[in-house]
Design a protein. Structure first.
Length: 220
């Protein structure tokens, strides 16, 4: 019954939810299928279609009551995606930076001082820690929900953490670049490796920021 109570309910539920398109579409489709199954059951009992749909909607529950549970699922789905993105981005940037560094270093006689070495090690070890932490967060939002209750606060914290990670590595990377002689010449920047490195180190943080803000929005 096009434009009936079920279609109106599904549209209201869809409008109340925020999150990844695919996950949201799956949740809404499951709700719609359940409503149609219930309506068909009532039709077999002798009710007309409109009355059957109204009864199915009434028994399913008010959108305002059900939306928080659906939104929790979407928030965790977005948090899982964000965490996996952070892990992938940090690993990729680490590899790209290492290749760029080793390639550029072949033409230097410069040796890092103690401060630079400490800063570089801090950024490196922070990258390892973030990679492991991001994978743990992704697991917590997925299989971890079988063993403990994980809600929207965790998803919100994941989004905030992703944004913080971007800020930390942008500042750390900028400091290392400014203190390194490689970035005071056009030698590396003019190469395909330099251009690729610049594109990756620009695109990945932007993507992480976008995903982090979506995570916070889904958890709101």
């Amino acid at each position: 019954m096009a434009g009936g109570p079920i279609d109106a309910y599904v549209a209201s539920l869809r409008g109340a939810l925020r999150g990844p398109r695919g996950a949201k579409a799956d949740l809404v489709r499951e709700a719609r299928d359940s409503l149609f199954d219930a309506a068909e059951h009532y039709e077999r009992d002798g009710l007309d279609r409109a009355e059957a749909e109204r009864l199915a909607v009434d028994e399913f529950g008010d959108v305002r009551e059900l939306a928080p549970d659906y939104q929790r699922e979407l928030a965790l789905a977005q948090a899982r995606r964000t965490a996996l993105l952070v892990a992938l981005a940090v690993a990729t940037q680490t590899v790209v930076s290492e290749i760029a560094w080793r390639t550029a270093a072949t033409s230097w006689s410069w040796q890092p001082d103690r401060f630079y070495a400490i800063l570089a090690n801090t950024v490196d070890y922070a990258g390892y820690a973030v990679f492991v932490g991001a994978l743990l967060a992704a697991a917590t939002c997925g299989i971890g929900t079988r063993f403990r209750t994980v809600g929207r606060p965790f998803a919100r914290a994941t989004g905030i953490a992703a944004i913080t990670v971007v800020g930390f590595f942008l500042l750390g990377g900028a400091a290392l670049s400014l203190l390194s002689p490689a970035w005071h010449t056009a030698t590396l920047a003019a190469t395909p490796l330099g251009l690729t490195s610049a594109a990756i180190t620009t695109a990945l943080p932007a993507w992480m920021l976008y995903s982090g803000f979506r995570c916070i929005r889904a958890a709101a």
